[in-house]
Design a protein around this ligand. Structure first.
Ligand SMILES: *Cc1c(COP(=O)(O)O)cnc(C)c1O
Length: 499
């Protein structure tokens, strides 16, 4: 056969790499410079965005100028910006600047952090980072974890470890059919990815008992006990308590020590979902709120939320790192290795559901190194102070009502128009509808941006500050714009009976 000739079209010269890289860098810096002046959200519908960004893949290379012009339009004209100073919705970190550089380098070095041999430095960095993070929560020697796509996957991994540790070793092979049925205990306020994890684990969403909360949205330990006792008399096998440390709606922190006591008493796994709130342990003034977190068997938290690193990257840390290997390890024959020859590094492919894995740890590690722990501690504390400022401003403002205690960096409130009767039939329903429309319009308007929660069945506006660009000025703007839009809708929407 003919000897194949070299084909090098995909192997660009480093000079071209520099040209492309510099243009990408220019776009990034342009975005950073323009960010405060861009609209946070836009009135652009799905079909308009689709038409603007879709391209057919050409047979021949797209000219670089055209390609960059297209990317510039994607970035500056059809995206939305969690890093905008006014973005306070959901839980989306602003995106650290060192993290972007870390991601570029991570992509450049292109490690497969599934196998130690394929990623020696990257594996050791991920190991060191996750051990350091575990230590921040007060977990002991022998703890550690791994980076994940986000909190959803981190919770899944924590609960898979719980299922396998408490359900018996054979559950991996045998599955979960038959009795006893395994049950989990989490509050009504827990993030629904926990229910989805129960589904993915074969336990079914009904295995997740949703326990009542107190008037501060914290899971009630007495109700947990009652539910466990009930299940024990009903041929079920309780396996885990899932505490929220920073619930997604209000930021409430479940009573961790009391739940740890219960977990100990009944021999259950304690998983803490700190996807949002976890990094709060770094802030001196918030740390006491997390007392008891050091007793957890596993903890979820999201660097892409309150460590502000670029999407995506969550993390799970466990008390017993070796247990993850027992829960996830699989050993295909095509991966032969002489561990003694390489010093027994960790293969992260054996610690979680992913086999090939990217170098997600780098952007987190580089961000922590570049900023230092103190700046993180102070900014996290500052975010919480801004939420308290919003709480105070909304409380004193005659047209707003604060709807939940402000514990971390979330404040829940609602707009109440002037002249609305203080009580009366239909009042709360009207406020639900008014605030719902207000939020939608606020998001389309683009000057400020928050999201919502539903608390005790009522629609509320919700601002969550995990954004190192947000300051008091943006809080003031949020309330000003919300009051303006609220008054505008109220003028046309209010039913006669409420006048
Ligand atoms: C965001 C969040 C999740 C889901 O995490 P993702 O990173 O979006 O996958 C789970 N639990 C809580 C408390 C959260 O705030």
């Amino acid at each position: 056969m003919d000897r194949p000739e070299p084909f090098r079209d995909l192997d660009w010269d480093p000079k071209r790499a520099r040209e492309l890289g510099e243009r990408a860098l220019d776009l990034w810096v342009e975005l950073l410079e323009k960010l405060p002046d861009l609209p946070i959200g836009r009135r652009e519908r799905a079909e308009e965005v689709r038409a603007a960004v879709s391209l057919d893949v050409p047979d021949e290379p797209m000219p670089l100028d055209d390609l960059m012009a297209h990317l510039r339009s994607v970035v500056l004209e059809h995206s939305m910006y969690p890093g905008h100073p006014g973005f306070m919705a959901y839980v989306s970190g602003a995106g650290t600047i060192p993290g972007v550089a870390g991601d570029l380098i991570a992509a450049a070095v292109n490690q497969n952090v599934g196998g130690w041999r394929l990623s020696p430095a990257a594996s050791e960095i991920e190991m060191q980072l996750t051990k350091w993070l575990a230590a921040q929560f007060g977990l002991p020697e022998g703890s550690g974890g791994l980076l994940t796509s986000g909190g959803a996957m981190a919770n899944f991994i924590g609960l898979k470890a719980a299922r396998d540790a408490k359900g018996g070793k054979e559950v991996r092979a045998r599955g979960v059919q038959g009795e006893p049925r395994m049950t989990l205990y989490a509050s009504e306020e827990v993030h629904l990815v926990v229910d989805r994890a129960a589904d993915m684990l074969g336990l079914g969403t009904q295995a997740c008992r949703h326990i009542a909360v107190d008037d501060r949205f914290r899971m009630r330990p007495d109700e947990v006990r009652r539910s466990i006792e009930l299940d024990l008399t009903d041929r079920s096998r309780p396996i885990a308590i899932i505490a929220s440390a920073g619930s997604v709606a209000t930021g409430s922190i479940d009573p961790l020590n009391e739940l740890a006591d219960l977990a100990e008493e009944y021999g259950l796994w304690l998983h803490v979902d700190g996807a949002y709130g976890g990094p709060g342990v770094l802030a001196d003034d918030l740390r006491p709120l997390y007392a008891g977190i050091e007793r957890a068997d596993s903890i979820t938290f999201d660097p892409h939320k309150w460590l502000y690193t670029p999407h995506s990257g969550g993390c799970v840390v466990v008390r017993d790192l070796a247990g993850l290997g027992e829960s996830f390890g699989v050993y295909p024959s095509y991966i032969y290795q002489d561990l003694d020859a390489t010093g027994r590094g960790t293969d992260f492919a054996q610690m979680g559901p992913q086999f090939s894995r990217g170098f997600q740890a780098l952007k987190v590690w580089v961000s922590l190194l570049a900023h230092g722990r103190a700046a993180y501690a102070q900014r996290i504390s500052h975010d919480a102070a801004l939420a308290r400022y919003l709480d105070a401003r909304a409380t004193e403002h005659p047209e707003f009502e604060v709807m939940a205690p402000t514990v971390l960096s979330i404040c829940c409130f609602r707009y109440v128009p002037p002249g609305l009767p203080a009580t009366g039939p239909g009042r709360d329903d009207y406020l639900d509808e008014l605030n719902g429309r207000l939020m939608t319009e606020l998001q389309l308007d683009g000057r400020a941006y928050c999201s919502n929660a539903v608390l005790n069945g009522r629609f509320v506006l919700r601002a969550c500050i995990v954004n190192f660009r947000t300051e008091a000025e943006e809080i003031d703007t949020l309330l000003d714009v919300a009051a303006e839009i609220g008054a505008r809708f109220d003028a046309t929407m209010r039913p006669g009976g409420l006048r």
